[in-house]
Design a protein around this ligand. Structure first.
Ligand SMILES: Nc1ncnc2c1ncn2[C@@H]1O[C@H](COP(=O)(O)OP(=O)(O)OP(=O)(O)O)[C@@H](O)[C@H]1O
Ligand SMILES: *[C@@H]1O[C@H](CO)[C@@H](O)[C@H](O)[C@H]1NC(C)=O
Ligand SMILES: *[C@@H]1O[C@H](CO)[C@@H](O)[C@H](O)[C@H]1NC(C)=O
Length: 340
């Protein structure tokens, strides 16, 4: 969702939804499922998914499958401007059920599903960088999207998780690896066959991190793909993140309205490319490592690459791949294993 302002949340929508979906819960099928501990490493072909403890890939669920075999719980996982998200069950597995909040948001909702179908995982990726699509149904009222459930929630919670629940894992190494994941995700988005996808919904570091889920092995998984417009360099096609004036220190300078004396006019606002994402990397990474022993020293080692990311001229900023290479060099050089 481009607009960060909150829409009025109609809580009763959730109740109606539960009534509608819950009734059709079919009996648990007791699959003989052995522990598939390497599920996190397994990749299914396009059109299939695999959840923890499943031994093989299953085809994306259709409307009929959803009607027959998905049940909703009343546990609200979260809500944004587009989706109302409940914990659900498919067979004995937990899944996230995202319901369209408001008909006016259907385009974003549909774009999200389209992106989850289109942005397929790379076979070489060492972890699932994109949340797994389990199924969707647009014909149902309200339309629903089903994805893999991530019990640790969104990545903007990472400090709380590491400080309070997983103190053993609260190291600079775990946190800096999240910086690497953020940059890896940009590298993948920026190098699609069709062009470069821009992570628009990221006007401040907190918002940027809230687009990701934190997996149980402390990796980032991109979740919210409502707003990934396409830059086509060869055709000179640029993007704009929404149709409103953007302000603040965190967004890239080329995203600011350039004509001080004239009121904002979206049609006169110039477009920009994926380098707006590069501008945001230092702030996101600093947020991830802040408050940890050794963060100041790590920041010194990142000073050069972070300064380049903040070049006023977009073309002078490094690519995501170049930032990733610098990060890997720093990672190898430093011992980041001590507790924060
Ligand atoms: N697969 C999941 N596992 C666990 N929690 C989830 C999952 N998907 C969504 N959530 C929770 O639901 C919240 C809303 O989801 P999401 O960000 O996709 O909604 P949105 O309406 O698109 O948000 P936005 O306003 O940022 O566009 C998330 O912040 C997260 O807390
Ligand atoms: C997988 O199965 C094991 C053994 O039955 C169980 O302890 C574990 O909670 C299951 N994990 C999930 C995510 O369902
Ligand atoms: C988290 O900490 C536990 C306990 O020390 C350890 O076994 C596990 O490997 C750690 N996980 C990560 C991703 O570092």
């Amino acid at each position: 969702m481009y607009i960060t302002s909150h829409l009025s949340i109609k809580v009763f929508v959730g109740a109606l939804t539960l009534a509608a979906v819950g009734v059709f819960f079919s009996s648990w099928r007791n699959e003989s499922c052995r522990e598939a501990s390497n599920h996190a490493m397994l990749q299914c072909p396009v059109g299939f998914f695999i959840l923890p403890n499943m031994t093989s890939c299953h085809a994306w669920l259709t409307c009929t499958d959803i009607f027959d075999s998905i049940t909703a719980t009343n546990l609200l996982l979260g809500q944004g401007a587009v989706k109302l998200v409940y914990l659900g069950k498919w067979r004995d597995k937990e899944v996230a059920l995202s319901y369209l909040m408001d008909d006016s948001m259907f385009e974003d909702f549909q774009h999200n599903v389209q992106m989850l179908r289109q942005l397929t995982p790379r076979p070489s990726a060492s972890h699932k960088w994109l949340v797994q699509l389990v199924g969707w149904c647009f014909q149902q009222d309200p339309p629903v999207l089903i994805t893999e459930f991530h019990p640790m929630g969104t990545a903007d919670n990472v400090h709380k998780m590491l400080h309070e629940q997983f103190t053993d894992n609260n190291t600079l190494s775990v946190r800096f690896k999240l910086c690497l994941d953020f940059v890896r995700t940009l590298e993948i988005l920026h190098n699609q066959n069709t062009g470069s996808r821009v992570l628009c919904d990221s006007n401040d570091p907190q918002k940027a991190l809230s687009q990701f889920l934190l997996s149980t092995n402390f990796r980032l998984t991109l979740n919210d793909v409502d707003a990934l417009p396409l830059v086509k360099k060869t055709l000179g096609q640029l993007v704009k993140c929404g149709h409103r004036e953007l302000t603040g220190d965190y967004i890239a300078p080329e995203q600011l309205w350039p004509f001080e004396d004239i009121p904002y006019d979206d049609t006169a606002m110039p477009g920009y490319d994926e380098k707006i994402d590069i501008w945001k990397i230092p702030d996101v990474c600093n947020k991830l490592i802040q408050g940890c022993n050794g963060a100041a020293s790590l920041k010194l080692h990142l000073f050069d690459v972070h300064s380049k990311c903040k070049s006023l001229s977009p073309s002078e900023r490094p690519t995501a791949k170049e930032v990733l290479e610098s990060y890997l060099t720093v990672m190898k050089k430093l011992n980041l294993g001590n507790k924060c």
